[in-house]
Write a protein that binds this ligand. Structure first.
Ligand SMILES: Cc1ncc(COP(=O)(O)O)c(C=O)c1O
Length: 390
């Protein structure tokens, strides 16, 4: 298959440097060579999470990491708050439900973020301090909303509830300071802003979460994180890891650290601005409110009478440009342009250009080129091109 313009919220484009790193001869995962790479990538990946906490690299997708968080650090029947702003918030609830948690589910309207004051109120009302954890997304992939993690964390005050963060689509694309914000468990997966093929999941664990693990009674085997830590301390994994993906992750993390994680995130927000400018110039409405729009994904309502499948289908089949449809309640009436990971300026222009071609074919009324021009303008400003023009 020819290369596509891939602007999906995962899997994302994998840079050549990372592809080549993965494409190395196989070695024993018990060899000193593997131990060296594993320990190096573990240390370097901590910089992306802004943490000194333990970091575990598991061979599984992000969902398994979220399940591992619930199973290892909470007991059946524990009270938890699940704060949701969309589809993945609902999924975290489903995981907690599957493991018998006592859930206070707080659902915020689509397109908005979690309100820290609501969390503060819930915790203040918990005079017995029975709530063990708050489960939420850093970035909700179905709407493109970034939740104000720092404020939510601060809203805990002196309440001992742990904070479990699903950072699957947000890590490396939106702000996240694990240690500064006191995030207890943070989960991401390789196929998003980390720019690696699917198959690895990264989990950071605070001291407080490890203390909870010591009192954990759930049955678990593959997802036993205490066992994973025991092995990680020896630069090992309990089971056979995806060795090639560990090579790939090592390279990708180097790329991120070379650029600096704050710069990487700033670049994502520039892309967000370019895409949102284009969308608005085309007379379309983004799902996320301006103040809460994250750097990873821009979800957009379709024009009246046009479905997301029609738009994404034409873009994919005729223009080799792959974006995502909607999810949940807005599955048919929204589409998502993802700008996370290894995305270049031309990817943005291609995506907006292909979107215009699809909308035009579907009879939407607008002036061709207005979206592309708006996107180009943001790029010019960012790159300071033609800065001497009036
Ligand atoms: C916010 C969020 N959480 C969880 C997941 C599930 O991750 P995985 O597909 O790696 O299991 C995704 C995937 O898109 C996601 O965006």
């Amino acid at each position: 298959m020819e290369n596509q313009f891939l602007l999906l919220p995962g899997p994302t484009q994998v840079p050549n440097r990372v592809l080549q790193a993965a494409n190395q001869p196989m070695i024993s995962h018990r060899s000193s060579c593997f131990k060296k790479i594993f320990s190096q990538v573990t240390q370097n990946a901590k910089r992306v999470f802004c943490t000194e906490n333990d970091l575990l690299i598991l061979t599984c997708s992000g969902t398994a990491g979220l399940e591992a968080a619930v199973v290892n650090f909470l007991n059946r029947g524990d009270k938890v708050i699940v704060a949701s702003v969309g589809n993945f918030g609902n999924r975290f609830r489903d995981i907690a439900e599957a493991h018998g948690m006592d859930i206070d589910f707080i659902d915020f309207p689509l397109g908005t973020a979690i309100d820290p004051a609501v969390i503060a109120d819930r915790l203040a009302a918990d005079s017995q301090q029975q709530i063990k954890a708050i489960l939420l997304q850093q970035h909700e992939t179905s709407t493109g909303v970034y939740n104000p993690l720092a404020e939510i964390s601060a809203a805990r005050g002196n309440h001992p509830a742990m904070l479990f963060v699903d950072a699957v689509s947000g890590l490396g694309a939106c702000p996240l300071k694990t240690d500064e914000w006191g995030l207890d468990v943070v989960v991401t997966s390789s196929q998003k802003a980390l720019m690696v093929q699917p198959g690895l999941c990264l989990v950071t664990v605070s001291e407080r979460a490890w203390a909870a693990a010591a009192n954990n009674h759930n049955e678990k085997f593959y997802l036993d994180l205490t066992k994973a830590k025991k092995y990680a301390d020896e630069k090992q994994t309990p089971f056979t890891p995806a060795v090639s993906l560990v090579y790939a992750l090592n390279e990708a993390v180097d790329m991120l650290n070379e650029q600096g994680i704050d710069n990487v995130i700033a670049e994502h927000y520039f892309r967000r601005d370019a895409v949102r400018a284009a969308i608005k110039a085309l007379g379309l409405k983004p799902v996320a409110d301006d103040q809460v729009a994250g750097g990873a994904v821009t979800a957009v309502y379709t024009p009246k009478g046009i479905t997301s499948a029609e738009i994404t289908g034409i873009m994919r089949e005729k223009y080799d440009t792959v974006i995502a449809g909607g999810m949940g309640a807005i599955k048919n009436t929204s589409f998502r342009i993802a700008h996370l990971g290894f995305i270049r300026d031309m990817d943005l222009i291609a995506a907006i250009g292909a979107l215009e071609l699809a909308l035009w074919e579907l009879g939407y009324n607008f002036e061709l080129g207005t979206g592309v021009a708006a996107c180009q303008k943001v790029i010019f400003e960012k790159r300071k091109i033609f800065k001497d023009r009036d």
